[in-house]
Design a protein around this ligand. Structure first.
Ligand code: NAD
Length: 292
């Protein structure tokens, strides 16, 4: 298949490489030229503009930071819709606000372009391995056409419902992860100040009801004082902003999200926006003056 691929960052680059390995013809674009050259050296065609990347494509894949980037790249001047042929399928893998995704899908439909939203969870290691989870939103027929392409980049591929549903599921995922990380940090600090090693807490509870993927992956980072990303605090703030926007549209109470958002904003202002989100533990360390 001829695929136009836009957005070659932490996630997009390895995912594009997996499509090349799968035998697809990629034409790639990113505002950062070096990223385009890097993927081109692995066998893709380098494009100098969005229009060039998508004009001959049967599928267009985007992996961009947030809603405004997707709106600009798809609907903006010189964007995907200015050059893609009717019948092209757009797969947007970015994590964006559900309402923004629905808006973009409607603009695509006006131009005869079908859109599947396919945000992912899993992070860079799974993007490299081709094992991310996809939570998709769109029409079933479009989903089935996209499935073989998604299968080269991910493992669990679920159609969650119509446009907006995939990004809603992604937001649910981000609430659970954020609150879970904060709970682990709070529990570790409680133990530390009461005289029990967090490592002991980890070993004693990991097999019980409090055990989780978050405890295994992020709890160990807190104990090791490792804040290298991973998933950056600033990206989690972006996702929780989309949670707040969606919750306010629907009247959903989100007290837990709001508390963790406050912690993340505080850490951002302390210059930690580029650190892994497990650095929520630092919020507790700043308040107590005690290291986990
Ligand atoms: P990133 O910032 O590393 O990559 C985004 C890329 O988009 C960059 O290369 C940037 O130059 C490019 N870009 C921005 N505006 C552009 C434009 N107008 N035209 C062309 N290219 C443009 O981000 P990432 O970590 O790869 O994340 C991408 C998406 O995946 C985000 O929505 C993020 O929330 C989500 N996500 C990330 C992770 C993770 O662990 N990093 C995990 C799951 C989901």
């Amino acid at each position: 298949m001829k695929i136009g691929f836009i957005g070659l960052g932490i996630m997009g680059k390895p995912m594009a490489l997996n499509l090349i390995k799968g035998g697809h013809e990629l034409c790639v674009y990113d505002v950062v030229k070096e990223r385009v050259e890097e993927v081109a050296s692995a066998g893709a065609k380098a494009a100098c503009s969005i229009a060039e990347a998508v004009k001959d494509a049967e599928f267009v894949v985007t992996m961009l930071p947030n809603s405004p980037h997707v709106k600009e790249v798809v609907c903006g001047e010189g964007g995907v819709l200015s050059a893609a042929k009717p019948g092209t399928i757009l797969i947007d893998m970015s994590s964006i606000a559900p309402a923004a995704s629905q808006e973009v899908a409607a603009k695509c439909a006006e131009k005869g372009v079908k859109m599947l939203e396919a945000p992912v969870s899993g992070g860079e290691p799974k993007a490299i391995d081709g094992t991310v989870s996809f939570m998709c939103g769109g029409e079933e027929e479009v989903f089935e056409k996209c499935r073989p392409i998604l299968a080269l980049m991910g493992k669990d591929i679920v159609l969650c419902g119509p446009s907006g549903a995939g990004n809603t599921v992604k937001l649910a995922n981000q609430i659970i992860v954020a609150v879970n990380i904060a709970a682990v940090a709070e529990a570790f600090m409680l133990a530390r100040q009461a005289g029990v090693e967090p490592q002991t807490v980890f070993e004693a509870i990991r097999g019980g009801l409090a055990g989780s993927t978050v405890l295994n992956a992020k709890g160990s980072m807190m104990i090791a004082q490792n804040v290298n990303p991973g998933f950056k605090i600033d990206l989690h703030i972006k996702d929780l902003n989309n949670v707040v926007d969606t919750a306010h549209r629907n009247g959903t109470p989100i007290p837990m999200t709001s508390v963790v958002m406050d912690m993340l904003q505080n850490l951002h202002l302390r210059g930690m926006g580029g650190c892994d989100h497990s650095a929520i533990a630092k919020y507790y360390e700043y308040l107590t003056g005690v290291k986990i």
